[in-house]
Design a protein around this ligand. Structure first.
Ligand code: BG6
Length: 296
């Protein structure tokens, strides 16, 4: 049984954070402070809104997103874990793992003296104890901690992604800097491994690229919104860039046919050859800090 709004509120409401029934009746935390506004669904520990004071929303949400127990939410920051994409050993297993469709538990909430709000959640997935720390400040920070339980009998390998959907003025007009020197796996061209382009990422068709062995900060330059968004990460060696463009978005029931120009995903990840192996009792943590800046 999920906790009630009343139970969550009496244990975890703090200055700047309250609990509400969100879309589909799913429970969410709503953050409103002088620094930013935000929203986090308990299902999937899924951040669905982040808007720094004086700025447009940073995260994109599909108008067609489903909000149902056990179904993924389209937009915001889904957590992909313990695998990314389809599971090679079981094609029927849910894409991107089941962290994003699991109900997470709250561990703590805090209103910090600098005006930010911090939320800590956890979930048990297979033999892993998974925690997410989210801080809503002028920037948004997420840290995913993954611990293999001491009781596990052997080391385990996992993939992970903070699959962040950004809202953009028009994906055809933006550029993403930071990946110029990195080759990539091109998932729209038979997963061929392609060399570094030496240029920013620009968009003129479907894009689904897995950049491996890169810890670089990415900067999304959006002249239409006169802003840049910086995506800085720690302990993440993969970055995934995704826009489904026309045909793929028309095949997805939870993605509006005309919505693709308004979004792009920059995903902070450890996938493929960057998968993480942990021994029983050992843990790994990966973080991202997202900040938006006006361009004058
Ligand atoms: C991206 C993958 O990370 O997520 C794409 O690289 C995939 O291949 C996309 O289409 C969305 O996945 P899903 O399972 O949320 O539809």
């Amino acid at each position: 049984m999920p906790p009630s709004i009343h139970e969550l509120s009496s244990q975890f409401a703090v200055h700047g954070l309250k609990f509400e029934a969100g879309n589909g009746g799913l429970l969410k935390a709503v953050i409103r402070t002088p620094l930013s506004q935000g929203e986090l669904y308990m299902q999937g520990a899924h951040v669905t809104n982040f808007q720094p004071e004086g700025q447009k929303p940073v995260l994109w949400m599909s108008e067609k997103s489903v909000f149902e127990t056990g179904k993924p939410i389209r937009g915001g920051i889904p957590i992909c874990f313990p695998w990314f994409g389809p599971l090679a050993s079981d094609p029927k297993a849910p894409g991107h793992g089941f962290a994003r469709t699991t109900l997470w538990s709250l561990i703590s909430t805090q209103a910090l003296s600098d005006g930010s709000v911090a939320i800590e959640l956890q979930s048990e997935i297979n033999d892993f104890l998974v925690k997410l720390d989210v801080t809503f400040a002028q920037s948004l920070q997420l840290t995913l901690h993954v611990e293999l339980k001491k009781t596990a009998t052997q080391p385990a390998t996992f993939e992970e992604a903070l699959h962040t959907y950004f809202t953009v003025s028009d994906v055809r007009q933006i550029a993403i800097a930071g990946l110029e020197a990195t080759g990539f796996v091109d998932k729209v061209d038979s997963a061929k491994v392609k060399p570094a382009t030496g240029k920013s990422v620009l968009f003129d068709g479907e894009c689904d690229r897995v950049y491996l062995d890169t810890t670089a900060t990415c900067v999304l330059n959006d002249p239409g919104f006169r802003r840049t968004i910086e995506v800085a990460k720690k302990n993440s060696s993969s970055t995934v860039i995704w826009n489904p463009w026309i045909e793929k978005s028309s095949r997805m029931a939870d993605f509006g046919d005309d919505e693709w120009p308004g979004m792009v995903c920059i995903e902070t990840a450890n996938v493929g050859t960057n998968s993480i192996q942990v021994s029983p009792g050992q843990s790994h943590q990966m973080s991202v800090t997202i900040s938006a800046h006006h361009v004058v």
